[in-house]
Structure formats: structure tokens, C-alpha cells
Design a protein around this ligand. Structure first.
Ligand code: AHR
Length: 489
């Protein structure tokens, strides 16, 4: 049996809703086909944007969407993606599959997507191959209502008022595809670029500097030391890649040992957050600067027969577990982690949505975001968990993981039983009287997945629990993620 105590008097603070953020890059069929099909498509759309995908995003209340990359961002010139469609410049997407990018999805289309989906935009500027002027004018194009050539241009392109984009990334992976820079050099480049990203009117910017690759603490240290004073966020990228980079796991065919290796890889996020948070604490003891984990998730082999540059992979209950383990870590560290963006929204890596022409399917990962949405903007409550360690000799982790939060008198508890074979009884000490418990659950075999013709996995009503005074006793099936909501006395 697992025992959990929820400590209502211990909290890391409010769980930022942006922890439940997403990321859409010009990569494979994420944007083209997955999100944007064009106005003339037979696939139902509004202004070229797939209605089914937008509806799915709305149901989980996607709070923020990062765009246009990724590596693509540092080759993207925003002026190529505005104005009449037929005049837009074509380029080759050298990072992702060498396909022609016709720029039919650009700034206006992205802002329209955010409007339809009801989420905030997070735009990454081109630092690697662009100029400070180019980025500065992109901010002006989106945020200014002044009288200037740039603003007049926006108006000629059909948008009268500024949109007011708050989140701006200054380059992506500047240590790698964004320019192979050294942290000393990047810190200076960051200082210069961010300086020309101006505030127009009330549109205050939240400026995010490129942060480390996984465990690169030197990058964090140097960039924080030299540029903390002019940043609001520092990004961090960490992917779960079981196997070796050259010989990664398949997404759907894997062993139980692979399963544990994957989940242990996801749990490593805790160490990554802690090691960078410790350095950030040195330069920013008041935690003004957010750690922004703007790329995370599983990275497997591409599905056989698909373009290797498109990073298309299926998504099983193993991915769902990676999502719940990771979101629990972000919730626990909500004093420092202020945003996270799973990679990527549609058809790429750990996608929440897969599409094939007019068909769309929601993945197990999607349903974890569905189950966790009540944690957004709620007060985190510390949980101590006594549970068995599971896994293999090489890769082990606690068999049950959880998050608890409180908002408007409602306690939300999310629980995951990682055991792929056995159910687990979980006794939760609420330390408070509660009533009216309601539950939902996602469960399935570790390698179960939803396909276009057969999608058995989804969130369902769950009632295999009972309140016993101040305790809640839950019987979690094997390989499951559940949400239980209770009214506090
Ligand atoms: O998400 C895929 C790629 O992974 C992104 O473009 C890049 O930033 C990272 O290396």
C-alpha cells in the first residue's frame, strides 16, 4: 500500500497555468496539415486553421503556445510570413526534412490560431541568423500602436490594433542549432537584443533568455551572472530519450525495461530543475526570474516509412506516464518553474494530437493534460509519499507519483500508478474533512495507444475510492493516472 500525506500548511506557491503550455514549430506536419490547412481545404477550418484541433486545444485550456521554433526560429525571418500569400518568400527548411516552407502560416495566422484557441502567444525571435533590428521590428509590428512605417504595414495587412504579445524568447538553443555560441558570448548578445525589444504602451514584455541544454550548469551560471538583471525568464530544454541517440526506443514496441528506463529518464527532470534552480537562487534569491522549460517530452525513433526529419512518433500510456511524472515535478517546483511547453502540439515528438488528412486522434498525453487542468493557477500543496520503489536495477523510481492543489475550496489530487502490471491501494491523509469527491481516470496497458481507426484510451469517470473521515482510500489500477476533486470543509 502507498501512503500519501497532503500538507495544507506547506506550499511552494501558486502553480502557474503556463506550466501547462505547448509548443508548435514549423517542423514536419505540426503546423502544415496538423494545424493549418488553408482556407480552401475540404478539412473543416476557420481562416485556414483546423477546427477539430482548435476544439481539442480549447478543451484542455492550453494557456500558452510557443512558436515558430525550435531550431526553425533562428532561420525564420518574420517578414517572409506577412502580406499577400502569393508574394510570400519560399525557403528550404534546412533543419527539418529539407522541405519548402512557403510561409503561408506567418505572424497573422499564428495570432489567429491563438485567438481561436484562447491561448497566449510566446514568440521566439531569430538571434542566430537575424539581426537586432529584425527582432525589434517584430515586437513593434505586434505591439505598437504608434505612427510608424512598421505599424502602417501591419494595418495594410489587415490588423488595425496591436496584439500585445507578452512572452518573447531571445533565440533558441543558442548553444546548438541557434548559433553554437559560448555562454559568455550569448550573454552579451542577449543583452543587446533584449535591449531593442521595446515596451509599447501597456504591453510589458516578459523576456526569456536562452538557457541550458539539460544539465549544462556552466551555461546557466554564466548567463545568469552576466544577464540576470535584464531577463524575466531563463529557458531549459530536457528530453527523455531512452536507448542511445543513434538507437532510440521505438514509440510503440518496447520492453518493460525500456518502460522503466523511459520513466526514470523523465524523473531526471527533478534533478535538472533543482541543479539550475540552485544556480538561479545564487543570482536571483527572490525568485523573480522564472525557469521556463520550453521544450520537454519523449523523443523516440520516427515511425517507419515517415520522413526522419519530421519527428513523427506514436504515443502510448508510457508517454502518458512521462507526462504525469514531469508535470508533478513542475508543480512541486512552481516557486521557480513558471512555464513549460511540451514538444510538440501536433504530429511531432510527444504530441497531444495526431492527424492524418481529415482524421484526428487525441493521444494518452492529451488526456493527462485534461486530467491535470485543475492545477492551473491553484495553490500547490506539498505531498509526502511513502511507496515502493519500482523498476530495474539500472532504472528505478517511486511507483506512485502525485500532485495536490487547492483553489476555491476544492482540493484537486492527481495520482499515477506507474506499475504496468499491478493495481495499487493508495491511502491519502487529507488532514481535513472533505466531501463530494469526484474522479476521472486514464488507464491502459503500458504500450496501448490511440490510432485513427481505433482509439480506446480516454478519460473516464472513476469511482473506485472512498472517503473515510479525513482519509481518502483509492484503488488505482495498473498503469493509470487519476484525478480526484473534493470539496474542503
Ligand atoms: O523539438 C524539436 C527540436 O528539439 C527543436 O527544434 C530544438 O529546439 C530542439 O533541439
Amino acid at each position: 500500500m502507498t501512503k500519501i500525506s497532503i500538507h495544507r500548511d506547506q506550499s511552494a506557491g501558486t502553480i502557474s497555468r503556463y506550466i501547462y503550455g505547448h509548443f508548435a514549430e514549423h517542423l514536419g506536419h505540426c503546423i502544415y496539415g496538423g494545424i493549418f490547412v488553408g482556407k480552401d481545404s475540404r478539412i473543416p477550418n476557420e481562416n485556414g486553421i483546423r477546427t477539430d484541433v482548435v476544439e481539442a486545444m480549447k478543451k484542455i485550456h492550453v494557456p500558452v503556445l510557443r512558436w515558430p521554433g525550435g531550431c526553425f526560429a533562428d532561420e525564420y525571418h518574420w517578414r517572409d510570413g506577412i502580406g499577400p500569400q502569393e508574394k510570400r518568400r519560399n525557403m528550404v527548411n534546412t533543419n527539418w526534412g529539407g522541405v519548402t516552407e512557403d510561409n503561408s502560416f506567418g505572424t497573422h495566422e499564428f495570432m489567429e490560431l491563438c485567438r481561436q484557441a484562447g491561448c497566449e502567444p510566446y514568440i521566439t525571435g531569430n538571434v542566430g541568423s537575424g539581426t537586432a533590428q529584425e527582432m525589434s521590428e517584430w515586437v513593434e509590428y505586434l505591439n505598437s500602436d504608434g505612427d510608424s512605417t512598421v505599424v502602417r504595414e501591419r494595418r495594410e495587412n489587415g490588423r488595425q490594433d496591436s496584439w500585445g504579445v507578452r512572452f518573447w524568447g531571445v533565440g533558441n538553443e543558442s548553444w546548438g542549432c541557434g548559433g553554437i555560441m559560448r555562454p559568455e558570448y550569448y550573454a552579451d548578445v542577449y543583452r543587446r537584443y533584449q535591449n531593442f525589444c521595446r515596451q509599447y504602451g501597456d504591453h510589458k514584455l516578459y523576456k526569456i533568455a536562452c538557457g541550458p541544454n539539460g544539465g549544462d550548469t556552466n551555461w546557466t551560471d554564466v548567463v545568469m551572472k552576466n544577464a540576470a538583471f535584464c531577463m524575466d525568464g531563463l529557458s531549459m530544454h530536457y528530453y527523455t530519450v531512452p536507448g542511445t541517440w543513434e538507437n532510440k526506443n521505438r514509440a510503440t514496441e518496447f520492453t518493460e525495461a525500456d518502460y522503466w528506463e523511459t520513466l526514470a529518464g523523465a524523473a531526471e527532470m527533478d534533478n535538472k530543475v533543482k541543479m539550475h534552480a540552485e544556480i538561479m537562487d545564487k543570482y536571483d534569491p527572490d525568485k523573480r526570474i522564472g525557469l521556463i522549460v520550453d521544450e520537454w517530452g519523449t523523443w523516440f525513433q520516427v515511425e517507419p516509412g515517415t520522413n526522419p526529419g519530421f519527428l513523427y512518433q506514436q504515443n502510448t500510456m508510457r508517454d502518458a506516464m512521462v507526462a504525469s511524472v514531469t508535470l508533478d515535478i513542475f508543480n512541486r517546483h512552481c516557486d521557480r518553474v513558471k512555464m513549460a511547453n511540451i514538444a510538440q502540439t501536433v504530429n511531432v515528438l510527444q504530441a497531444i494530437i495526431l492527424t492524418k488528412d481529415e482524421k484526428m486522434v487525441l493521444t494518452p498525453t492529451y488526456y493527462v493534460f485534461d486530467l491535470y487542468q485543475h492545477h492551473m493557477d491553484a495553490k500547490e500543496l506539498a505531498c509526502s509519499i511513502e511507496t515502493e520503489t519500482l523498476g530495474t536495477e539500472k532504472h528505478s523510481l517511486p511507483g506512485v507519483t502525485a500532485s495536490a492543489s487547492e483553489k476555491d475550496g476544492i482540493l484537486t489530487v492527481t495520482l499515477s500508478n506507474l506499475n504496468p502490471e499491478k493495481g495499487e491501494e493508495v491511502l491519502i491523509s487529507l488532514q481535513e474533512d472533505a466531501s463530494g469527491a469526484e474522479g476521472r481516470i486514464l488507464q491502459g496497458k503500458m504500450d496501448a495507444y490511440n490510432d485513427f481507426d481505433n482509439a480506446p484510451l480516454k478519460t473516464e469517470t472513476f469511482s473506485d475510492f472512498e472517503l473515510r473521515g479525513k482519509d481518502l482510500c483509492v484503488r488505482m489500477p495498473a498503469c493509470s493516472v487519476a484525478e480526484i476533486r473534493l470539496r474542503l470543509a
